[in-house]
Design a protein around this ligand. Structure first.
Ligand code: DX5
Ligand code: ZN
Length: 222
């Protein structure tokens, strides 16, 4: 059995009781908690920022896998570190100085990640592969949960798997968007080591969280 990490996205949780939702999804077997930060400018949706994450932090000891869909990023890096983010992932389009941003994230004590939109080529990671601990492949255009998995991203995952193996570095290859028990096995076969799931993790309410996570993890055994 592969040790694929499951990172449920709280974008699909009940925002009226986020703390309880994080406790439930943690107890249901989540390996990380995926936290989608959106600014209504870089993506056409709004969520929350560091003050909310800081309050949520006490509800789980699992790593907070924070996905920033904001621009600019740099003025907020220290705020996310103080709020308790473990991994901070940014889009290269969010600012003109990706390398500097990744260095600033590491200097603030977090693991830097880079996220590639469906239209962003795998080669964007080449100059920064020694500076990241996570590469996130967006298999939907970012902004909303519940969208369909974009098939063409499987080839990008295969390309990135080769790049990571060639680097010799321990880099998480994560996929985000439209993952469910049908698409997850295909992403795992293409080389990911972490699955983000919003709708598929929180589907059916709290009684289903553990079975939802097991169903996503089952793809690793195929
Ligand atoms: C989309 C977010 C995703 C989203 C995934 O912009 O980055 O993390 O929550 O939702 P599902 O799993 O429903 O596609
Ligand atoms: Zn995300």
């Amino acid at each position: 059995m592969s040790d694929v990490l499951i990172s449920p996205s709280i974008l699909s949780a009940d925002f009226g009781e986020l703390g309880a939702e994080i406790r439930r999804i943690d107890e249901a077997g989540a390996d990380m908690i995926h936290v989608d930060v959106m600014d209504g400018h870089f993506v056409p949706n709004l969520t929350f920022g560091p003050p909310v994450i800081e309050k949520l932090r006490r509800h789980s000891d699992k790593p907070f896998d924070v996905h920033l869909m904001i621009s600019p990023v740099d003025p907020y890096i220290d705020d996310f570190a103080k709020a308790g983010a473990d991994i901070l992932t940014v889009h290269p389009e969010a600012g003109p100085h990706l390398h500097r941003t990744l260095q600033a994230i590491r200097a603030a004590g977090m693991k830097p990640g880079v996220a590639l939109n469906p239209g962003t080529p795998a080669e964007v990671v080449d100059p920064v592969i020694d500076d990241v601990d996570l590469i996130l492949v967006m298999s939907v255009n970012p902004g909303f949960g519940g969208q369909s998995f974009i098939e063409s991203q499987l080839r990008k995952i295969e390309t990135l798997r080769q790049k990571i193996d060639a680097s010799g570095r321990d880099i998480i290859l994560e996929v985000d968007g439209g993952l469910n028990p049908q698409t997850a096995p295909r992403a795992i076969a293409a080389g990911v080591t972490a699955i983000v799931a919003g709708s598929a993790a929180f589907k059916g309410g709290p009684d289903h969280y553990a079975s939802n996570i097991s169903a996503l993890r089952a793809g690793a055994t195929i």
